[in-house]
Design a protein around this ligand. Structure first.
Ligand SMILES: Nc1ncnc2c1ncn2[C@@H]1O[C@H](COP(=O)(O)OP(=O)(O)OP(=O)(O)O)[C@@H](O)[C@H]1O
Ligand SMILES: [Mg+2]
Length: 248
């Protein structure tokens, strides 16, 4: 297994507070890696460091052999290569769905306006929202808005897609349509690193699960191993709490 995306002894601090402590992780091309762990364990921070939204204080991050952390890196280029979708979809409310999808590719000169619209319409078709191209975000359900946000990220043709709790803000009946889309992206070989509270989904879709605790990866492995044979007391108690809450 050759690493496509690689974190090498990454340390992230906010002032005195070490939020990621010597984290190393290798993600292969086409792999889906899910980060799990208690609130505050560092999952979102890790994703934010991966696409350059947060500087790191130690270690190195590499993508396809290129160093993408540290001084002098081209943040615009990194964010083009690594897309991110958040819990709050962050669509522009005053623009149509189509415009939301074409704005960045056109601005970044990835495509002309006509090309961008053609790709956007094809992508909206793929996420089941072709008929909403001219609607505004407020006219869409949360699940539909989140699918637009994913379509928008995919239109930049990222090499890696990061998904941070993308179903957490959705009503339960809307979660499934977003998870189905993520499953389809995984099936087509999109490399993803994600965080989710949907444990059965994480178990089904992930090739690797990483358990974070206080900014360290305490355990990582295939889902079956992590969920059925937790080896650290921290993971045992985390899974126990999830089980009690009926979330496993
Ligand atoms: N901008 C910031 N400034 C200072 N501390 C921060 C900042 N962002 C996050 N932290 C701290 O970093 C730690 C990790 O936060 P992070 O958001 O990565 O956790 P998480 O695992 O994503 O949690 P959750 O499951 O609640 O989303 C927390 O202690 C948090 O308070
Ligand atoms: Mg988080």
């Amino acid at each position: 297994m050759t690493a496509f995306l690689e974190l090498d002894k990454v340390t992230k601090r906010y002032g005195e507070h070490t939020v990621l402590d010597d984290v190393s992780l290798e993600v292969s091309r086409h792999e889906v890696v899910t980060l799990i762990g208690a609130s505050g364990s560092g999952k979102s921070t890790l994703l934010r460091c991966l696409n350059g939204l947060e500087p790191i204080q130690g270690g190195e991050i590499r993508l396809d052999g290129d160093v993408i952390s540290g001084d002098g890196v081209d943040l615009v280029r990194i964010r083009r290569r690594i897309g991110i979708v958040f819990q709050a979809f962050n669509l522009f409310p005053h623009m149509s769905v189509l415009k939301n999808c074409t704005l960045t590719p056109v601005r970044a000169k990835v495509a002309t306006k006509a090309e961008a619209e053609k790709s956007a319409l094809a992508m909206l078709e793929r996420v089941g929202l072709a008929d909403k191209a001219h609607a505004h975000p407020a006219q869409l359900s949360g699940g539909q808005q989140q699918r637009v946000a994913i379509a928008r990220a995919m239109l930049m043709r990222p090499e890696v897609l990061l998904l941070d709790e993308i179903t957490s803000a959705l009503d339960p009946e809307l979660v499934i349509e977003v998870l189905n889309l993520v499953r389809e992206l995984a099936d087509t070989g999109v490399t993803m690193v994600m965080t989710t509270h949907e444990m059965p989904f994480a178990r089904e879709i992930s090739s690797t699960i990483c358990f974070l605790s206080s900014g360290r990866i305490l355990e990582q492995g295939p889902p079956e191993r992590i969920f059925t044979d937790p080896r650290t007391p921290q993971l045992q108690s985390f899974l126990g709490r999830l089980h009690e809450a009926g979330r496993t």
